[in-house]
Design a protein around this ligand. Structure first.
Ligand code: SF4
Ligand code: SF4
Length: 475
């Protein structure tokens, strides 16, 4: 059956339309040296209103050296204008690796009989969360495999309640984002009621034919149900959703166009695009060899993708995980990344104790194995402000409310003060001496960049209060 492209449709075959993607790739290929067209697209992009998937695809394909330099410079400028030099920190928390699906790139696939299967009890979750709080984390991304018997929605909801309820010293998890399998409107409603931040679901690949092969068994095999999940999440009242693909499974140009079409669809139907986009690449893991996938991308291409996403959807946060090495992170941070994980463990129960080699339950090998303190120190050394801010969703600034503040630029009045105050909390409670010294100096310097004198004064006052032991100030 042939489908027509329609971003307003709620049918996956129409809003992620294969023919439209093919036509887009052909158009991009044909115009990759079209200087006049590329100049026009860059001019549009400079207005900071984003680009269509077709225009963005031309930039991604462009092979004119001088224009590529302009593309990178523009991405860097947009990142500076919208996100300043702040990087928000988070950590993943794996609750369970039981899974009934057959994803061929993930070691948790149901046919893997030798990987240890683990599911945290509420008491074990408490211990993991205390370990995360003791590192300084305030924002988590929950991860579970799909298994209606072992990981039903009730288990996820109970775990969220447990996590929000844990207070240990000055620690608190203030925002729980959730990355679980596509589910029903009713379950999304229950997640919303449980107070989740963002609902994250990676598409893995937008190429339907490949998707069906890469997901041969289990409920995830249903491409349309998976691709339409964000629509159901929105209907269930979750207005902050996080998209992403797993680069390496299919041709990156195809995924790039699909990702932007997904964002355009959410914007067209719900008036709000994705809150975040993640850019993971396939990694080595138990019984997974990334080299068997033909579409791996090198660091240069990866950097270009990050830059073009930044230009195409300036208001959407971009997430980079510890899948990437320190070197690669250094290369792409300034091109548009707004959130990174630090000190991550990708195994079930990995924060309380390291697993012995013969009992590894991790989902993928972490490339960046540094502690959170080392990552914070490193970021500050490069001139970034590590931020533990979770203010927006706690102040009800979600969905279109958040986006309109972003688009008017007003959000900037909150982000820098909140970054400085949450960094100060981190420095007081968890940092090593060297990190603390660097951080206090950085705060002193950055406070001068808060434009309004009145806000500066309030921040100074709150920073003093933090020294006295008071916590959780926010704009
Ligand atoms: S990617 Fe997710 S759904 Fe697929 S096997 Fe891994 S845990 Fe299960
Ligand atoms: S104020 Fe809102 S947008 Fe800014 S860092 Fe905090 S949570 Fe993010």
């Amino acid at each position: 059956m042939k489908y027509e492209y329609n971003p307003k449709s709620k049918c996956a075959d129409e809003f992620i339309n294969h023919e439209e993607i093919e036509a887009t790739l052909e158009y991009a290929q044909k115009n990759r040296h079209n200087r006049e067209l590329i100049d026009g697209i860059l001019e549009k992009a400079r207005q900071r209103k984003g680009l269509s998937h077709r225009d963005a695809a031309v930039l991604l394909d462009c092979d004119l050296e001088d224009k590529n330099r302009e593309i990178f410079a523009l991405a860097e400028q947009i990142k500076k204008d919208f996100y300043g030099n702040r990087i928000v920190m988070f950590a993943p928390l794996y609750l369970s690796n039981y899974c009934v699906n057959g994803c061929v790139y993930c070691p948790y696939h149901a046919k893997n009989r030798h990987i240890p299967r683990k599911k945290l009890t509420q008491e074990e979750i408490r211990r993991e969360v205390i370990a995360l709080q003791d590192m300084g984390h305030k924002r988590l991304a929950l991860e579970t495999g799909e298994d209606p018997v072992n990981n039903p929605i009730e288990y996820v909801l109970e775990s969220i309640k447990t996590i929000y309820g844990i207070r240990h010293k000055n620690g608190a998890i203030r925002r729980v984002n959730v990355n679980i399998a596509a589910t029903t409107v009713e379950n999304y409603r229950r997640l919303k009621e449980a107070g989740i931040g963002t609902y994250i679901l990676f598409q893995e690949t937008y190429h339907k034919e490949s998707y069906l092969k890469l997901h041969p068994t289990g409920p995830k095999h249903d491409y349309n149900y998976h691709t339409e999940a964000m629509d159901r999440a929105m209907e269930g009242g979750i207005d902050d959703v996080g998209c992403g693909v797993l680069f390496g499974l299919e041709l990156y140009r195809y995924e790039f166009a699909g990702l932007l079409m997904h964002a355009e669809h959410l914007e067209a139907v719900y008036g709000v695009g994705p809150h975040t986009i993640s850019v993971p690449r396939v990694r080595r893991a138990d019984d997974i060899d990334p080299d068997v996938f033909d579409n791996g991308i090198d660091d240069d291409t990866f950097a270009k993708i990050v830059a073009c996403i930044r230009i195409a959807v300036p208001y959407t946060g971009m997430i980079l995980s510890t899948r990437e090495s320190q070197k690669c992170r250094e290369r792409v941070l300034h091109l548009g990344i707004s959130q990174i994980s630090g000190g991550s463990r990708t195994s079930v129960g990995g924060y309380v104790e390291e697993e012995p080699d013969d009992e590894k339950s991790e989902q993928f090998e972490v490339s960046d194995r540094r502690s959170l303190d080392e990552v914070v120190n490193w970021l500050m050394g490069m001139g970034y402000i590590p931020s533990f801010c979770t203010a927006c969703y706690r102040e009800g600034r979600t969905g279109d409310r958040f986006m309109s503040l972003c688009k008017s630029g007003q959000i900037q009045n909150c982000c820098l003060p909140n970054a400085l105050m949450t960094l100060k909390e981190y420095l007081m409670d968890y940092a090593s001496e060297d990190t603390r010294e660097k951080g206090l100096e950085l705060i002193e310097k950055e406070i001068r960049n808060i434009p309004k004198e009145q806000v500066r004064q309030i921040v100074r006052h709150h920073l003093e209060e933090i020294e006295k032991g008071n916590r959780d100030f926010r704009f």
